[in-house]
Write a protein that binds this ligand. Structure first.
Ligand code: SF4
Length: 267
């Protein structure tokens, strides 16, 4: 007997994938969707809380997928080299491989939360048994619809959106300078751990999470970074006065540094 096709939806702890879970529950309550989250065990506490909120509000269970060996093991395997935008071993080892293992050779439809107003594809598996589907694109849903879905469902936005615009590991190298400063304010213990990863190389090599400076050097420039961020926020508030504050924050962060985030981690 052939196995039924599986329906999977990956939650990143960000707004778009969450809104997609809301949308699919509304539009297709008949589908048995498997919701999953690739847990690196290096997440922000706000992300954990948000996933619990999503489960409670939608009455779903989110499968936490994890790599057989954690981040620190892989850091050893890669000779202590911190992952970076050019060497993104963390995504491969901690997100993509666990997901592909979870699906195995089963035929699966993967629902992806790329919006109609975005020009990107998100993470598309190279495995031919996984078929990507883009419901927001198909139905023409744009950013304003995402906010509406989250608002109406009672889930709202994750709490980290006050100071950070992307989901992912607390030390994610896609973070902008201001987000690092705020990590130090909001979670000094996690910031200290991120510093340890930079310094903890027995052979004396130095790696940095953010280009061109260590986190301690970055923190010394804290006042300048906050000043530049506040200037960008003011400009964006004048331009985009009718958007939610979290969106203005994202635009202000992009103005200073618009590095394209990781599509497997930040939807
Ligand atoms: S969130 Fe950032 S650090 Fe974590 S796995 Fe994704 S790219 Fe790597």
């Amino acid at each position: 007997m052939t196995k039924p096709v599986r329906h999977i939806l990956g939650l990143s702890g960000g707004k778009d994938s969450t809104a997609l879970a809301v949308f699919m529950r509304q539009q297709h309550p008949e589908l048995e969707i498997e919701y999953f989250f690739c847990d690196t065990h290096k997440e922000l506490p706000e992300t954990e809380e948000y996933l619990d909120r999503i489960e409670a509000r939608l009455g779903i269970r989110i499968h936490r997928l994890e790599a057989e060996r954690g981040f620190d093991h892989w850091l050893d395997v890669y000779g202590g080299a911190l992952p970076s935008p050019k060497m993104r071993w963390c995504t491969k080892q901690m997100k993509i491989i666990p997901l592909e293992k979870y699906i195995g050779d089963d035929e699966a439809i993967s629902y992806i939360g790329i919006r109609a107003d975005e020009n990107r594809d998100g993470y598309i598996s190279k495995k031919t048994n996984i078929t990507p589907v883009f419901p927001f694109k198909e139905h023409g849903l744009v950013k304003a619809d995402i906010y509406r879905l989250l608002e109406e469902s009672g889930i709202g936005m994750p709490d980290y959106y006050r100071w950070r615009s992307r989901s992912g590991c607390f030390f994610c190298f896609f973070q902008r300078k201001y987000e690092w400063v705020m990590l130090a304010e909001e979670h000094p213990n996690l910031f200290a751990q991120a510093i340890e990863y930079e310094q903890n190389h027995a052979d004396g090599r130095t790696y940095t999470w953010t280009e061109g400076e260590t986190l301690l050097e970055l923190l010394e420039r804290k006042d300048q970074i906050i000043f530049e961020h506040e200037r960008a926020m003011l400009r964006k508030q004048e331009e985009l006065f009718d958007l939610p504050l979290s969106e203005i924050l994202a635009e202000a962060l992009d103005e200073v540094d618009d590095t394209v985030p990781c599509f497997a981690c930040h939807l």
